[in-house]
Design a protein around this ligand. Structure first.
Ligand code: ZN
Length: 161
């Protein structure tokens, strides 16, 4: 079992290869999946919104290698203050991690925070929500019309009490 400090070292090495010429904010992430470590840095783009976080790049590497479950996550960013994963990455981690999956994020100066995926994204939307919706059965067109009519009535009701 790879330790969290070992995972942090992998994240730190990946951070050195991050491509962050626009923000200058290099991030490295490493995930443990199937007993292997997958590490990546953030990759920015001159079309800014196309930039991808280190965490998501590391998750994509693990998934591309055939893994669907991540057992631990480490992130290295910032000089003094550790930078936590962004909201988008928390959602992506929740897709492949159990709520109790450990996450450690650290500044290059050594300070770190150890938490878990459930604490970073409580009550996460996930695959179970879609499965529950699917098992409720398909909606018919008539259901959709009735639902839309209810919404219109409610809206009208609020406008003229
Ligand atoms: Zn992110």
């Amino acid at each position: 079992m790879t330790s969290l400090p070992a995972l942090l070292r992998a994240a730190s090495r990946a951070r050195a290869k991050a491509y962050a010429p626009y923000s200058g904010f290099q991030v490295g992430a490493a995930v443990l999946a199937g007993g292997r470590v997958f590490a990546a840095g953030n990759v920015e783009n001159s079309a800014y919104p196309l930039s991808v976080c280190a965490e998501r790049n590391a998750v994509a590497m693990a998934v591309a290698a055939g893994h669907r479950r991540i057992d631990a996550v480490a992130v290295v960013a910032g000089e003094d203050q550790p930078a936590a994963p962004c909201g988008g990455c928390r959602q992506v981690l929740a897709e492949f991690c159990a709520p109790r999956t450990p996450v450690i994020y650290a500044a290059s100066g050594g300070r770190s925070v150890t938490t878990d995926v459930g604490a970073l994204l409580p009550d996460a939307f996930g695959p179970d929500a879609l499965r529950r919706a699917a098992s409720a059965g398909p909606r018919t067109t008539a259901d959709g019309h009735r639902g839309a009519a209810r919404v219109r009535l409610t809206a009208r009701g609020r406008r003229s009490p």
